[in-house]
Design a binder for this molecule. Structure first.
Ligand code: CMP
Length: 142
């Protein structure tokens, strides 16, 4: 498996419900390394830019409203097959469809408040990491 980077967001519900430590522990237990991390709050405009690919979807306004409703914790995860590893840890987008033991099955409230976001491919990971972090903030092990 190639060494990769992926972007993780612990969404406003995950932060509000105090699941940050639980989620970060899952990343480390799976062998992923946290190369960068910050707590921040997205403006509505920033959320709209981050999720621009969904602009035409009916849930876009609700999604970007939710994502800017409170603080998030963003991190860059590194390791062998980090993108797929993180997606497996997260589980299906809709918590109702997620496998037992995944973050979304264990912790998420709904399809919108689904606790975590993770990049879906190397190209999107690069764009999403750049959205939140400068080179100087990345302590890379790759
Ligand atoms: P995420 O992985 O962050 O990517 C886009 C988000 O949109 C997704 O998680 C869900 O939280 C949300 N989403 C996807 N489909 C729907 C939908 N049908 N209704 C509301 N929100 C959705």
């Amino acid at each position: 498996m190639p060494k990769e980077r992926t972007l993780s967001i612990i969404k406003p519900d995950g932060v509000k419900n105090k699941h940050v430590g639980n989620i970060l522990q899952r990343f480390e237990d799976a062998g992923l390394t946290i190369a960068a991390m910050k707590k921040t709050r997205l403006s509505r405009t920033e959320a709209e830019t981050f999720y621009a690919v969904h602009r035409e979807r009916p849930f876009f306004a609700s999604l970007t409203g939710f994502m800017s409703s409170g603080p998030v914790v963003v991190s860059v995860l590194e390791g062998d097959g980090a993108i797929e590893k993180n997606r497996a840890l997260m589980g299906a987008t809709n918590p109702a469809d997620a496998d037992d033991g995944t973050i979304r099955k264990d912790l998420a409230e709904s399809l919108e408040a689904n606790t975590v976001h993770g990049s879906d491919a190397p190209e999107t990971a690069a764009v999403e990491i750049r959205f939140f972090f400068s080179d100087k903030e990345l302590i890379s092990t790759i």
